[in-house]
Design a protein around this ligand. Structure first.
Ligand SMILES: [Zn+2]
Length: 63
């Protein structure tokens, strides 16, 4: 028979569906972002980075 879910089970399920920012209370979405990395020379490389976007910093990435 099905048992009521414990507190721990609920937390685990929530983390699977996505995290919420404790500051702005928006759901955090993860995107791939290419950050330019400058080396000692004039070479500029792009490094792929996974960043979490929420209300706090989405302006930095989406204008
Ligand atoms: Zn936030």
């Amino acid at each position: 028979m099905a048992r009521p879910q414990g507190f721990g089970a609920k937390i685990a399920h929530r983390e699977k569906s996505g995290k919420t920012c404790p500051v702005c209370d928006e759901q955090i979405s993860y995107i791939k972002h290419y950050a330019s990395v400058k080396n000692a020379g004039e070479n500029v490389k792009y490094k792929q980075k996974i960043v979490g976007i929420c209300g706090c910093n989405k302006k930095e990435y989406f204008g």
